[in-house]
Design a protein around this ligand. Structure first.
Ligand code: PEP
Ligand code: MG
Length: 893
């Protein structure tokens, strides 16, 4: 029989005994680490974990539990009763528990906590008696009803908050702490009435019913909309399931010797090796996270740096703080990573409620990985494996120009680094809508909740009026890599008037603001930015990554500036220079149009002669930037009609340049209309019908290469690439055009240079016929954008409209245009690589579709033995790190 419940604490560790103590897949992250902390003797309240396997089975069995679960849960409760000496549902000395969800990775999209479960009209009296504090007991009960009604019963939580506000107002109080036992008791009665009214049934008094309700809510939250959205955004599979953790309650709100807090063993924003955290005296955990009260600093140094008055925990509770610091050390050494910890102090006694590897900014991730390797806690290779390549994105983007003038409105907490400017929006829906229209927006909220996630994702930055460094907004923004300023107490938000009020000024929705998540500053208008610093920890980690990676990393670049950026980021060549973008240049578009609309070869050649010097100049500039490195230049690819004139003015310009009538041009333009241009007259098909276009481009490439070789003494290595090849014969014909151009230029200039002619593999037929194609082509570059489109038969331009449903429904784990469909499209790549190499063992293999910058796809490229990946310039460092991680993963197999 499958075991679904694992106990921990009080000297019992089922997970350890079963050898799965640290198994996050089965126990969830929270459960595995509670078990782990208990096993190394840290003070953890006793409890039990219901496995993620149970969650999966629950859904497989139509949302029902197996018979055996009852007895297992009962044994779990008995374990907690045994350790605490309290009994669940006992009126005299009741056991109270917390119920929390815990998936393999932490998921802010899910229900996380019900506290004080086990309270009812009878046990509340017992709690009052045993604690000697009726006020505390009734406060706990009202918190429980409020939380349970919200997360388990799904009732409108605003009504509960309003009832509390009204109660305080009637009594003339401003703070919760002013409420007496009687006040809380009266509020409990109101809450129960609210439940009866909204739910149609009385609040459950049976503690077992309460417990099963909470367990069901945790499992239910796995399939809640916001959890699905979170999974989709973070690439988390739907079949992982969540675990449920049931644990004895400990109380941080039992007076002045009690406290609750969250802490990081190193600074999660900067990575500095200093304890970092917040705590509140006489409070329950959710008070810290929810930003209801402003938390105090953990350490004296942090308090002093912030110029804050309220005592730090180090000062207010020196002994408990010292014990906590000792626990931090033990945890970092044990888990060999920076830890994010939740703790509670109940009447002077420290309890650990959670530890996990802490979320951190990219900057902190880098610093922590490099520091830990330098400290000898981990190896250089582990440091390389630790940093999420995608998170580097945060570091590679511009920050505010320090010299630019700033109209600072106010300052909040620097919750997630990076700078962003955009229009003010006050809700997630508008953020999403405007983002889709291509507008940059800053989402401004009093505080965020999981319902806002899609809007946070759509926004360039997030600004909140309330909440600390560990508030929802801060944690989620850091995870997403969005700049965020939280807790900007100086702003007031008037939702109705859609106004942001700050320091006597009022900004409307749509006004531009800038936030700096590194300093917490909020500014009016747009502030210019500067490029990031790539030395320091970033440089060190990249050196370590380069030591282990096998795959070369090139860039997709078509301007000298792109090439320069790519080189600074460490690109080892250009993997794709798309020449069509050069054709759109304002100075030459008329000649391009003349060429396209010409009816004869002679007419085309006339126009091409005007373009030749321009193309030569393009390639010369690129070769200079990429001196000594290979540059893959792709000949013209898109359907010609993309370059057609729009409107009479443009037609008139072309008519004049070509010396023909507008009518003739319009007729010719109509002839170029295609029903399905993606599958039409494009790629090498253009070269087959109009070889003079490719001839001109090849000539420009070789003339530029020789010119640069003569100027600099260092010959570039052009790799001329033919797009959209389906057959060997196409490539033969096009290679002949390129070779002839090369010979003509070499004869003309009296010198030669080395070059290669190869092809893109972006059609299934090309992949299948790769053996034959390799007889002609010296290299293959997998154009996985088109290969994905043509293999799946989904138009890359139209997929956006429906692919999210495909990902939501689990048809694809991730968007196949973003992350390679390894099992489908991947097969064609594998097969083409094998067949190509069988014919030509040294055929050079690369990838230049968008997937070349996606870590999961890069892992596949490593496994398939490609020679290089090519990614957009800003993704080059990501690709370098991902390639190193892929090499490490391959080695560990
Ligand atoms: C591709 O198809 O993957 C490719 C790189 O070419 P393009 O995106 O220009 O079609
Ligand atoms: Mg393509």
């Amino acid at each position: 029989m499958t075991k679904y419940v694992y106990r921990f604490g009080g000297g019992v560790n089922d997970g350890e005994v079963a050898g799965i103590g640290g198994d996050k897949n089965l126990l969830g992250g929270k459960g595995a680490n509670l078990d782990g902390m208990a096993a190394i003797g840290l003070p953890v309240p006793p409890g039990f974990t219901i496995t993620t396997e149970m969650c999966t089975r629950y859904y497989a069995d139509g949302e029902t539990y197996p018979e055996s679960l009852n007895a297992e849960v009962a044994a779990g409760i008995a374990h907690i009763e045994g350790v605490t000496g309290k009994r669940f549902g006992n009126a005299a000395d009741p056991l109270l528990v917390s119920v929390r969800s815990g998936a393999r990775v932490s998921m802010p999209g899910m229900m996380d906590t019900v506290l004080n479960l086990g309270l009812n009209d009878e046990t509340v009296e017992g709690l009052a008696a045993t604690s000697g504090d009726a006020r505390f007991a009734w406060d706990s009960y009202r918190r429980f009803i409020q939380m349970y009604s919200d997360v388990v019963l799904g009732l409108d939580h605003a009504a509960f908050e309003e009832a509390l506000e009204v109660a305080k107002e009637d009594a003339g109080f401003t703070l919760d702490t002013e409420m007496s036992a009687n006040d809380w008791q009266a509020l409990v009665a109101e809450y129960k009435a609210l439940v009866q009214k909204q739910w149609g049934k009385p609040f459950p008094q049976d503690v077992h019913e309460q417990l099963w309700g909470a367990i069901g809510a945790v499992f239910g939250s796995w399939q809640a909309e916001r959890a699905k959205v979170y999974r989709r955004l973070n690439g988390i599979p739907g079949d992982w399931g969540t675990a449920v953790n049931v644990q004895a309650m400990v109380f941080g709100n039992m007076g002045e010797t009690s406290a609750t807090g969250v802490a990081f063993t190193r600074d999660p924003a900067t990575g500095e090796n200093a304890y970092y955290g917040e705590y509140l005296i006489n409070a329950q955990g959710e008070d810290v996270v929810a930003g209801i009260r402003t938390p105090q600093y953990l350490t004296k140094a942090a308090r002093e740096r912030a110029g804050a008055k309220p005592l730090s925990m180090e000062e207010a509770m020196p002994e408990t703080y010292a014990e906590l610091a000792r626990v931090f050390q033990i945890l970092e050494t044990h888990y060999r990573d920076m830890q994010d910890i939740e703790f509670t102090v109940q009447q002077g006694k420290l309890w650990m409620l959670q530890t996990r590897s802490g979320k951190r900014t990219a900057k902190a991730a880098l610093k922590i990985a490099v520091d830990m390797a330098t400290e000898g806690l981990i190896s250089e290779e582990e440091a390389v494996a630790r940093v999420d390549p995608a998170a580097l994105d945060q570091l590679l983007h511009p920050t505010l120009d320090p010299k630019a003038p700033r109209d600072v409105l106010t300052k909040g907490l620097p919750a997630s680094p990076g700078a962003a400017s955009g229009q003010i929006v006050f809700d997630a829906e508008n953020a999403e809508r405007l983002n889709e229209l291509g507008e940059a927006v800053i989402l401004v909220r009093i505080e965020t909740s999981p319902e806002d996630i899609h809007g946070m994702h759509a926004a360039k930055g997030i600004l909140t009026a309330r909440g600390g460094m560990t508030s929802h907004a801060a944690v989620v923004a850091r995870g997403m890599g969005r700049p965020c300023v939280s807790g900007a107490g100086g702003i007031a938000i008037d939702m109705e008037a859609q106004l942001l009020k700050v320091g006597g000024r009022a900004l409307k929705a749509g006004d531009i603001i800038t936030i700096d998540g590194g300093t917490g500053e909020v500014m009016a208008g747009e502030v210019p930015t500067v490029q990031p610093e790539l030395a320091g920890d970033f440089g060190t980690l990249m050196i370590w990554a380069d030591k282990v990676r096998r795959l070369k990393v090139r860039a997709n670049a078509e301007t000298p500036l792109d090439c320069k950026t790519a080189r600074e980021f460490g690109a080892e060549g250009v993997g794709l220079c798309r020449t069509e973008h050069m054709f759109f240049d304002a100075a030459r578009i008329t000649a391009v149009r003349q060429m396209i609309l010409a009816e004869t070869e002679k007419g085309r050649r006339e126009a091409l002669a005007k373009l030749l010097p321009e193309q030569r100049a393009d390639f010369t500039a690129i070769f200079i930037e990429m001196a000594g490195l290979p540059v893959t230049i792709r000949l013209l690819d898109p359907p010609l009609h993309e370059f057609l004139p729009h409107g009479d003015g443009e037609f008139a310009e072309v008519a004049e340049a070509a010396g023909v009538s507008i009518e003739l041009l319009k007729r010719r333009a109509a002839e170029l209309h295609e029903f399905n241009p993606m599958l039409g007259h494009r790629g090498c098909r253009l070269g087959v019908t109009y070889p003079e276009i490719y001839e001109m481009q090849a000539r420009a490439i070789f003339e530029a290469a020789i010119a640069v070789a003569e100027q600099s003494g260092e010959a570039p290595i052009p790799e001329v690439m033919i797009p959209l090849v389906a057959t060997k014969r196409e490539l033969e014909l096009m290679k002949a055009v390129v070779d002839a151009a090369a010979q003509a230029v070499f004869a003309d200039k009296g010198r030669t240079i080395d070059y290669l002619v190869g092809t893109m593999i972006e059609l299934p037929r090309a992949a299948l016929m790769a053996g034959e194609i390799a007889e002609v082509g010296a290299f293959f570059s997998f154009g996985t954008n088109d290969l994905t489109q043509t293999t799946i038969g989904i138009s890359r331009d139209d997929a956006g409209r429906f692919l999210t449903s495909y990902v939501d429904k689990g048809i694809f784990a991730r968007d196949p245009f973003v992350s390679l469909d390894v099992e489908g499209v991947g097969q064609l790549i594998q097969l083409a690589a094998e067949r190509g190499r069988a014919t030509r063992p040294d055929v050079k293999l690369g990838i230049c579709g968008e997937h070349g910058g996606d870590p999961a796809s890069i892992d596949f490229c490593e496994k398939t033995g490609l020679d290089y990946v090519s990614a957009s310039p800003y993704r080059v460092p990501i690709a370098r790190l991902a390639a190193a991680q892929a090499a490490l993963a391959a080695r560990s197999k």
